[in-house]
Unconditional design. Sequence first.
Length: 177
Amino acid sequence: PATLMSISIGILLGVKIGANPGSRLDVSLMAVALMLYSIPTFWLQVLLKALFTTQIEIWPYKGGLFSGAQEIPDPLLAFIDAFYMMLLPIATLVLASFAGWMLLMRGSLMDVMGEDYILTARAKGLDESIVLYKHAFRNAILPVVTSVVLSIAFVWTGAVITETIFAIPGLGRVLLQ
């Protein structure tokens, strides 16, 4: 979920700022993105876990899939509890990785926006949103799609390694066997 969310957020924000480079939104999001992109993921996770467990105290310190000492017998409540326990790990992974997708989409869109066919579409009098989404976005998304496919492959290999090291019975172990 974190990978899909970070890709989606990164692409949406990358299109938004890539269409208007140099704007206030572009400069501020680029500053935030470069800051988040430069922080190691494990360090961000440690900082946010410390913040939400000791300072704000809305997160159980022990972690895991259950917030209490034992499993919850009701399946719906167990799902809600597991969902709650997965929010912080997913949020930290999204914060750590959406910036790379945003930077990639922004750069790709800025390259495409300078092409002749974009100038021709504007000269025809097409609306700027049509030029952006019908012409520029379709060509700018191609390098991002290539990176998405590689990213999905890294998710699978990361699952294999993580589940093998920590002896977690999951899909990664099934792939390895």
